[in-house]
Structures are given as structure tokens and as C-alpha cells.
Ligand binder design. Structure first.
Ligand code: CTP
Ligand code: CA
Length: 222
């Protein structure tokens, strides 16, 4: 366990991090989820705290425990995550590492659905885009807004378009094709996309990606 640097470069800064999957209910006992473990967001929150930041960590139901030394806000759905993020602002920087469900079940059943009722077809509604909502704020926008982009093909092209579409400052892009073992694994190979272009980082542990990214965030806020 690393001690937080009381006089670290992020001392006095508030950084918001979203992490983990979201769960979208179908009925009281069933939900729609995704394969995010929350490992990269958790490592990032830990690295930011180690550099002295005050970190608000808004997390969906992750499979790894949250880091020590951060304020943990647990949420389940995308809409709850958006509300928690807005309640946590203002922040100097915000990093959106969560794998937010793009859709929710339009009207989740309040009772357990019974199979005797026969085959069901679920109707979906689009969830709010939390990153875009924060990045597009005209008042109280964090000075640095960072998104992630998990792609399976044309990674840099998709991520560059995503950065423009959402209005964030940086996008951390990665290839999550099944063969890479990155989704749910301990390593990550990312490309950092900024206004200056795309920068490929070598494959390394998610904790090292987190440390490098935390240092870059500290430099940007300095
Ligand atoms: N994100 C978010 N809220 C959403 C969807 C995504 O905050 N409802 C954030 C993620 O945390 C990530 C970034 O947006 O930082 C990109 O997420 P991604 O799923 O790659 O982008 P989408 O716009 O949802 O595009 P698609 O899934 O179609 O590739
Ligand atoms: Ca998505």
C-alpha cells in the first residue's frame, strides 16, 4: 500500500473518477450488465489519491474493491451515476472510466416476471451520456475532462471521433478485442488522444497505466 503524498502534485485538487459497470434492472431480481471489472478506474483513483488529490470515486457494482483513501459513492444504474457525478461537482478534473450501459430497459417490471407469461421482448431506452453531459457544461465544467474508449476495431479513428463528439479534452483508447485479454485482465495497452494527437503507450499493468495517467493529469493541472 502506498502512502498518499500529503504534499504531492495534486494536493488541494478535487478529482472525480467514474468506474465499473452499471446494472440496469429488468425486474427486481434480474439486470443487464457488462464485463467491466472496474480495475482500471480503481487503479486510477488510487494513483490520483497517492499524488495527493481528494478523489470522489463514483462506482457501479465492480468486481474489485474500491481503493483506500477516496470518497466512495456506490451506484447501480447509469441514471444514478449521472446524479452522483453532478452532486460531486465541482471538480478540477473528471475521469470517466466507467463502462456505462448505453441502454436501460424502458419500463422495468416492479414484480418478478414469470415464465408462464411466455417469451418476453424487452424494449430499451437510451441512457444519458454522463461524460458528454459534463464535458458540455457551460458552467462548472472541470478544467480537464477525460474519457475512455474501449473499441474492438479501428481504435484510434473511433476514439478520435468520440473525443470530438463528446467534447472531452482527452480520450484514453484501448483495444478490448477478445484476443487481447484486456477486458477483465490486469494489463492494458492504451493510446492517449489529446488535442496534440495520438500517443501509443506500451502494454503494461493497469496500475502502471493509472500512475502514468495520474502524472499526466497532475502536469495538466499544474
Ligand atoms: N460514457 C458515459 N455515459 C454513457 C456512455 C459512455 O459517461 N452513457 C463514457 C464512458 O465512461 C467513456 C466514454 O463515455 O469514458 C466512452 O464510452 P463508450 O462506451 O466507448 O462510448 P459510446 O459513446 O457509448 O459509444 P459506443 O459504445 O457506441 O462505442
Ligand atoms: Ca457505450
Amino acid at each position: 500500500v502506498e502512502a498518499a503524498l500529503a504534499d504531492g502534485p495534486l494536493r488541494g485538487r478535487h478529482v472525480l473518477v467514474t468506474s465499473g459497470p452499471t446494472h440496469e434492472p429488468i425486474d427486481p431480481v434480474r439486470y443487464i450488465a457488462n464485463r467491466s471489472s472496474g480495475a482500471q478506474g480503481t487503479a486510477l483513483a488510487r494513483a490520483l489519491a497517492t499524488l495527493g488529490a481528494r478523489v470522489t470515486f463514483v462506482t457501479g457494482p465492480a468486481s474489485v474493491p474500491p481503493p483506500e483513501g477516496v470518497t466512495v459513492v456506490r451506484v447501480e444504474t447509469a441514471r444514478e451515476m449521472l446524479a452522483a457525478v453532478e452532486a460531486a461537482l465541482p471538480a478540477d478534473a473528471a475521469v470517466f472510466a466507467a463502462a456505462v450501459a448505453d441502454w436501460r430497459v424502458a419500463s422495468a417490471s416492479t414484480h418478478k416476471m414469470k415464465k408462464e407469461a411466455g417469451a418476453v421482448a424487452l424494449e430499451f431506452a437510451e441512457n444519458p451520456d454522463i461524460l458528454a453531459t459534463v464535458a458540455r457544461r457551460t458552467e462548472g465544467r472541470p478544467r480537464l475532462v477525460v474519457g475512455f474508449a474501449a473499441e474492438t476495431n479501428d481504435v484510434v479513428a473511433h476514439a478520435t471521433a468520440k473525443r470530438a463528439r463528446k467534447g472531452c479534452d482527452w480520450i484514453v483508447a484501448n483495444d478490448v478485442s477478445p484476443g487481447t485479454g484486456i477486458m477483465g485482465g490486469t494489463e492494458n495497452a492504451v493510446t492517449l488522444i489529446t488535442s496534440g494527437g495520438a500517443e501509443d503507450w506500451p502494454r503494461m499493468g493497469k496500475d502502471m497505466v493509472a500512475r502514468k495517467l495520474a502524472e499526466r493529469i497532475a502536469a495538466a493541472l499544474a
